[in-house]
Design a protein around this ligand. Structure first.
Ligand code: HEM
Length: 440
């Protein structure tokens, strides 16, 4: 047993602050015991191995997503006691409506998930993504205009939050005049919840209300466009059908649209913050990226591998099964630690080292895998690549603010206190602006 092991064992990963600043040493400690190991405080199976994570992601027949964002921590209505040796698939269905966020895509299982996911994929088409990317290039510039002259910014509030809301608003065709309302409403709600985001629920009463406003707004858009179709994107959403050709209820479409905000906002903001933290901390890397912009996409992949915004998500075993040779009783919760799988040395050489040109960086599981794999991944990637490029165009250097985060040998960063998300609470940067047209 290592020096730290008693200390690690003494703390409950899901309830203690002990692992908020650095979850990685704990994940390594767990993986050294076994890539699948039951932690003693909550009885949750911690999955820290890459192959084992893929096995679970690719087996929806054995593992339900019904409480994928909360695990047992927002209450588990399903009576699981004494069912360790049974197939509990039907039991889950009986109680599904009572589970947290039961109306949202990440918690659905096939066959309902298959239909709703297909509806979503009709909204995120390659053509739509391409148009959305064009919007993002100009939007990034406009957002940078709001703070560039100051020579400093708080990246989340000044740039990432508004940029991410506007990017999804454009994807879904929210009319330009309504976008300011979306920005105010959604960012205010994020801040009220302490920035934890919908996926960051822990040990608190689950709050449905942030989504209600989105449900109402999108239901109204869909109803209106069904009556008065135009050429806009919302009319396309209003006309989208399930794979069998049936017309969804406006609320079903509204839920899908709302999922994109709920799942895409906080995650992307954290990716942007980590990418800029790395750029500010590692001037050598910043220089390389400025000199060779073609390295930026792989840099973003390595950011996702090294500090992915989704620390982990849950599955519930539907039957007695095995993962990585470890017996898993039916009704067990498993925590797939994406951040740990991404640092499994069986998959990534020197996993604790950040390598801009790591060849297999893109094999990370930061976006999950399988049927629930993140449909917003192309959007998140584009947001990061565009933001970095535009900030490089508009500045000659980017530095971490010593006023806020302290000197290089004594930095102060604070991280979101959730077991779902990994990310900074704020990131203050300083930079030298360059005159328009002065760079690249
Ligand atoms: C860096 C940013 C992002 C990360 C790290 C991320 C991560 C993930 C992960 C790990 C999952 C799978 C959850 C599971 O299997 O239980 C997921 C699902 C999802 N993500 Fe993302 N995501 C990001 C950005 C986005 C964006 C920008 C959008 C929308 C525009 C989005 C929409 C969704 C939706 C709707 C799902 C549920 C899909 C389903 O259940 O079929 N995400 N995301």
């Amino acid at each position: 047993m290592s020096e730290n092991s008693h200390e690690f064992e003494a703390h409950d990963f899901f309830r203690s602050d002990r692992f908020v600043d650095d979850p990685y040493a704990y994940f390594d400690y767990l993986r050294e015991q076994s890539p699948v190991v039951r932690e003693p405080h909550q009885g949750i199976f911690m999955v820290t191995g890459y192959d084992e994570a893929l096995d679970i992601y690719n087996s929806p027949d054995r593992f339900s997503s019904c409480m994928s964002t909360t695990g047992p921590f927002a209450g588990c209505p399903i009576p699981l006691e004494g069912r360790e040796n049974d197939d509990i698939s039907e039991l889950i269905e009986q109680y599904r409506d009572q589970t947290p966020f039961s109306d949202q895509l990440p918690t659905l299982d096939p066959p309902v998930h298959t239909d709703h996911r297909a509806l979503l994929m009709r909204l995120i088409t390659p053509v739509r993504l391409k148009q959305n990317e064009e919007y993002m290039w100009s939007q990034a510039d406009q957002q940078i205009d709001t703070f560039i002259a100051n020579g400093e910014c708080e990246l989340m509030g000044d740039f990432a939050q508004p940029f991410a809301v506007l990017a999804v608003s454009d994807l879904l065709g929210v009319p330009p005049d309504d976008r300011i309302k979306f920005r105010k409403k959604l960012i205010r709600q994020e801040q009220e919840r302490g920035g934890a985001g919908v996926g960051g629920v822990e040990n608190k009463e689950v709050e449905h209300s942030p989504l209600e406003w989105l449900y109402e707004t999108f239901s109204a858009y869909i109803a209106d466009r069904r009556n008065n179709p135009t050429e806009d994107v919302l009319s396309g959403l209003a006309a989208a059908t399930f794979p069998d050709g049936s017309v969804p209820d406006p609320l079903d479409v509204a839920r899908i649209a709302s999922n994109l905000f709920a799942a895409g906002q906080e995650t992307t903001v954290r990716l942007l913050s980590y990418a800029f933290q790395m750029v500010g901390e590692r001037q050598d890397i910043q220089q390389r990226l400025r000199e060779d912009r073609s390295l930026i996409p792989n840099f973003v992949e390595e950011c996702l591998r090294f500090e992915g915004p989704v620390k982990g998500d849950f599955r519930l075993a539907k039957m007695p099964t095995q993962v990585g040779g470890v017996d898993i009783p039916a009704g067990s919760f498993l925590y797939i630690a994406n951040s740990a799988a991404n640092r499994d040395s069986r998959q990534f050489d020197n996993p604790g080292e950040f390598q801009v040109d790591r060849e297999n960086a893109r094999l990370h599981v930061a976006f999950g895998r399988g049927r629930h794999a993140c449909p917003g991944a192309p959007l998140a990637r584009a947001e990061a690549v565009i933001s970095l490029n535009r900030m490089f165009d508009r500045t000659s250097d980017i530095r971490i603010s010593e006023k806020v985060h302290g000197p290089p040998d004594a930095r102060r960063y604070s991280y979101l206190p959730t077991f779902i998300l990994r990310g900074l609470t704020h990131l203050n940067l300083e930079f030298n602006p360059v005159a328009a047209g002065g760079a690249q």
